[in-house]
Design a protein. Structure first.
Length: 275
């Protein structure tokens, strides 16, 4: 009996930490990078630098929140995709106000996904932007990522740092090559990527709202584990599937993290030139 209870508690924690912890971790790192990038651009050309990238980045950020609100049944009461004038007074470029039924487990779970909406939607939009403007580079990177995911899944001995390094090298090789640098598509792509990555991080309000969602997710995971155990379902099978998902999302977020370095480097160069 103790073994069963321990398995249930363990798999519930694994489901939450493995599946969501990595998203939170990457979100935190991307947030730190964004803060430094914002600091450099403001020092270089002032708040207008943040506003220029915000023309694309802020609506993408808020749409990420909005879509998750719809998916998880929250009532959206007000949406401001961009506040170019008002933000000069309060620093808020955009927002999504919403309400939900506190007695609904599903809607409580939604709080977490609404919080990370900008990270998820921003990453997807960056990949889509690459596919549209740099299709050949996208196809090469996509095939590389598929192969990398398979290698990790079948038991490769690469460390996380090795995986990050190999993906980083591939991104640089596929995107920043001489053929791309000669095209207008590359520079359009670069501006869009910088805009999205500069406004993809989670705000304090996002993080605060996501905490209650994490609690609800663990509760749901615990209930699900109990039900599956009572039904004599192989609980370790779920663990293996979570591991596969974790590998995939890790590779996906590594690329998003690498993309977030682009505005940091560009803004740092502008800052050094200005100084």
């Amino acid at each position: 009996m103790k073994s069963i209870v321990f398995d249930i508690l363990k798999i519930s924690i694994i489901q939450v930490v493995y599946t969501l912890g990595i998203i939170v971790g990457f979100g935190f790192i991307i947030g730190l990078i964004e803060k430094r990038a914002s600091y450099f651009i403001q020092r270089a050309i002032g708040f207008k630098g943040v506003l220029i990238t915000g023309l694309i980045g802020t609506p993408i950020h808020e749409i990420g929140h909005f879509l998750m609100c719809i998916i998880f049944g929250h009532t959206v009461t007000e949406v401001k995709l961009l506040r170019p004038k008002a933000c000069k007074q309060d620093g808020v470029l955009g927002y999504v106000k919403h309400s939900f039924n506190k007695n609904s487990l599903y809607q409580n779970i939604g709080n977490f996904f609404i919080a990370i909406g900008p990270l998820v939607f921003g990453s997807l939009t960056m990949f889509l932007t690459m596919k549209i403007f740099l299709s050949d580079s996208f196809n090469k990177l996509y095939n590389f990522l598929l192969n990398e995911t398979k290698l990790v899944h079948i038991g490769g001995e690469e460390s996380f740092f090795d995986i990050f390094k190999s993906i980083f090298n591939e991104v640089v090789k596929d995107i920043f090559n001489t053929n791309n640098l000669k095209t207008i598509n590359f520079w359009i792509f670069l501006f869009i990527i910088i805009s999205i990555a500069s406004h993809m991080a989670l705000s304090k309000a996002d993080i605060k709202g996501g905490i209650s969602g994490l609690i609800a997710i663990y509760t749901f995971s615990l209930i699900l584990s109990i039900i599956l155990n009572l039904a004599n379902f192989n609980i370790h099978y779920i663990y293996s599937k979570i591991l596969v998902f974790n590998i995939f999302i890790s590779v996906f977020l590594i690329v998003a993290l690498i993309f977030s370095f682009i505005p940091l480097i560009v803004n740092l160069i502008l800052y050094l030139i200005k100084r």
